[in-house]
Write a protein that binds this ligand. Sequence first.
Ligand code: AMP
Length: 112
Amino acid sequence: MDCLFCKIIAGEIPSAKVYEDDMIYAFRDIAPQTPVHILFVPKKHIASADGITSENSAYVARIFEVIPKIAASEGLTSGYRVITNCGEDACQSVKHLHFHLLGGTQMAEKMA
Ligand code: AMP
């Protein structure tokens, strides 16, 4: 499958790894939009939030269990934002489910 994030998970494309376990991988976004900008991806290919099911939702649960720990280790003591873009209207550019962890600055109240 020609998927950028599958290749990053497999180590075929380099990335700045922040965290890895048996189910998920986290790495720094190549074009950070905030001082801390980390992407969390399931090791299983799921195309977007539309592809989350009762069979694979454990990957999503794991991501959300780990995010607070990484946020703390990155020093995000005054808050952070977690975003997933799903589909064209949301400008999803990589078709492998990922959650953006953004922090390290005061963000705008509006998200769109
Ligand atoms: P989205 O627009 O929600 O699909 O987010 C895709 C994100 O992947 C963007 O924030 C990109 O900057 C990021 N990205 C694309 N290629 C790479 C890469 N090789 N390493 C790290 N992040 C990447």
